[in-house]
Design a protein around this ligand. Structure first.
Ligand code: NIG
Ligand code: FE
Length: 414
């Protein structure tokens, strides 16, 4: 790329992007900029120009020219919720779940998250890196140019930091951007069974301060759920995170509405995730707390649960993001394209709302809305050229990869 001044994407049939540097809500989530017959220029990985028609020939000779051949171009997708770094898979759970065993029953009997904890503790850091890198390569090929990643399969100081270091190295070596979240409060580890207070003390007094001091995490997350962490415990942990400089996220109302989304609003969490079982009071709390609702339709699919109340959230003015929740248990897949299909068919979101949910609102959910999530001058040049002419087609077709060309920080990836 060095002989070129920058990159020019030309012959864009339709450039579709949300605009702004914060999450969009209500009617504004449905309003995109749509420009036909467009081009996009970038230099040093940053967007420097957007126009209609062809850029001047003289200019083009200095750019690496990528021909979009009349197709749809959008911002790179942002996956705001993944559990990217783990060892092993849990294909054995498929039969258990289809035979009627619940997710929480599997966890309570020492399986589920705890079986991934066993595998992840036993894994070398380099093996975790290789496995996560392979997933990230595939995600990038599917159009995901940035993602959030949570720890939470270590559940002790050493192994939580091991997971976070894998994310740091991925961030340094992989073209995709990773936003790291500490989720030591994902389950009570077996050595603290019967002593949950002891584990919460470990999180608050050791794991959070270490992760924050080493600059290994930006967010702190808690699995606030019946039989996992209570609302009071979640509050204590998230506030300890905030004191250490970690912004809050919360797994709330995934299976039972015990007050997680109400807590999110109360403590000003950047986002509340899942929300499958959410009540009206949760919607009101998110609205008043300014939190983003991060919905995970792949998890509803794999847990056989209802789909979250996206329409009610949008109608109430809560910004909605949509993410994969990629993990070996409740959602063993990372295709944001599939999540876009599910958001369309099951959440009944419009294609415009869906695109905003997986770009700008997702970027806002990981505190990156100033630099990614839309195609605008000054933002990072992360874009996807799709095998689609418009957004409707992208949201409607499912099961094949429609991402034809990926551009990350102005560089051609695929
Ligand atoms: O978001 N709910 C908690 N955490 C994940 C599942 C993790 C797992 O099952 O390993 C989730 O669904
Ligand atoms: Fe999750």
């Amino acid at each position: 790329m060095s002989e070129f001044h920058g990159t020019a994407i030309v012959n864009i049939g339709l450039l579709a992007t949300p605009e702004g540097d914060r999450a969009r809500s209500g009617k504004a989530q449905d309003e995109l900029k749509k420009q036909r017959n467009a081009y996009l220029l970038s230099e040093n990985g940053v967007i420097t120009g957007i126009g209609t028609g062809m850029p001047p020939q003289k200019l083009l000779s200095k750019y690496l020219v990528i021909d979009a051949m009349g197709s749809l171009v959008t911002p790179g997708l942002v996956d705001a919720h993944t559990h990217l770094v783990f060892a092993g898979w849990r294909a054995n759970e498929l039969r258990l779940k289809t035979a009627g065993k619940s997710y929480l029953d599997i966890l309570a009997s020492g399986g589920g998250i705890l079986s991934t904890v066993k595998d992840t503790r036993a894994a070398e850091e380099s093996d975790l890196f290789d496995k996560a890198k392979e997933a990230l390569d595939n995600m990038l090929a599917l159009g995901t140019t940035a993602c959030e990643a949570k720890s939470g399969y270590g559940l002790n100081l050493k192994d939580e930091l091991k997971q976070l270091r894998v994310m740091k190295r991925l961030n340094e070596e992989h073209p995709a951007d990773i936003v790291p979240t500490l989720m030591a409060a994902h389950a009570i580890p077996p050595e603290f069974a019967g002593n949950r207070r002891g584990y919460i003390d470990l999180i608050v007094n050791e794991i959070i301060p270490s992760a924050a001091q080493e600059g290994l995490a930006e967010f702190c997350d808690v699995f606030c759920e019946e039989g996992v962490f209570t609302v009071d415990e979640s509050e204590e942990i998230l506030l300890a995170g905030q004191r250490a400089g970690l912004m809050s996220k919360i797994h709330a109302d995934e299976i039972r509405a015990i007050g997680g989304s109400e807590l999110a609003g109360k403590i000003g969490a950047v986002s509340a995730e899942h929300l499958i079982a959410m009540k009206d009071s949760g919607i009101e709390a998110l609205k008043s707390g300014g939190s983003i609702a991060c919905l995970l339709p792949g998890t509803s699919l794999c847990l056989g649960k209802p789909y979250a109340r996206a329409r009610d959230l949008i109608a109430s003015g809560v910004p909605v993001a949509v993410a994969s929740d990629f993990n070996p248990g409740s959602c063993p897949g990372y295709s944001l394209q599939l999540c876009m299909n599910l958001a369309s068919w099951q959440y009944r979101m419009t294609p415009e709302e869906v695109l905003c949910a997986v770009t700008l609102n997702a970027a806002a959910a990981v505190n990156r809305a100033k630099s990614i999530g839309s195609l605008e001058i000054g933002k990072q040049a992360d874009a996807v050229i799709w095998d689609a002419e418009d957004l409707d087609f992208l949201c409607y077709r499912f099961g094949s990869n429609l991402a034809r060309i990926i551009i990350k920080k102005g560089s051609l990836i695929k």
